[in-house]
Design a protein around this ligand. Structure first.
Ligand code: T46
Length: 136
């Protein structure tokens, strides 16, 4: 499984740090939606789904988020601890996110919210992957 993380440019001096993400330059898709997840109880796990078409960048703005990715064959866990580091999560990838206390996860998404794009049952995800393989 290929994992793509990007360290976005940081402008740092004695007054603090600023990170910039420019559409068309740092993010490989047009950003259609931004949302962020916060006030998650320590150790809570969210996600448990995959997307059929949605591409996203996940950025942990504060604290630590562990992102578990599963492509149906392999599993990888990526620990996001820096507010200028983004993790690309593409299609057909089962994901769960574990939050440390006070973590804030920012997500840049390639499309508006659409419940039909979610696969929320793991068995259904494996079946969907098999169907996709059969079609290629
Ligand atoms: C993902 C991970 C990283 C909306 O109404 N609009 C939205 O744009 C989103 C993202 C969610 N919602 C509603 C749907 C649910 O009633 O917010 C509620 C919580 O959503 P969900 O349980 O899907 O949240 P997570 O943290 O499990 O997953 C989210 C995204 O949904 C998902 O696409 O990849 O963050």
């Amino acid at each position: 499984m290929d994992i793509v993380t990007t360290d976005f440019p940081e402008h740092k001096n004695h007054t603090g740090a600023l990170t910039v993400l420019e559409g068309g330059q740092h993010i490989p898709f047009d950003i259609a939606r931004v949302y962020y997840i916060y006030e998650v109880p320590e150790g809570e796990i969210r996600g448990h789904h995959a997307h059929k078409t949605l591409q996203q960048y996940l950025i942990c703005l504060q604290g630590t988020c562990e992102i578990m990715l599963d492509d149906g064959k392999q599993q990888r866990t990526i620990c996001l601890t820096k507010p200028n580091r983004g993790l690309f999560v593409g299609v057909n990838m089962w994901r769960t996110m574990k939050f440390q206390e006070n973590a804030i996860l920012l997500v840049l998404a390639s499309a508006p919210y659409e419940e039909e794009d979610y696969i929320r049952q793991y068995e259904g995800f494996l079946q969907y992957l098999q169907e996709q393989e059969g079609m290629s």
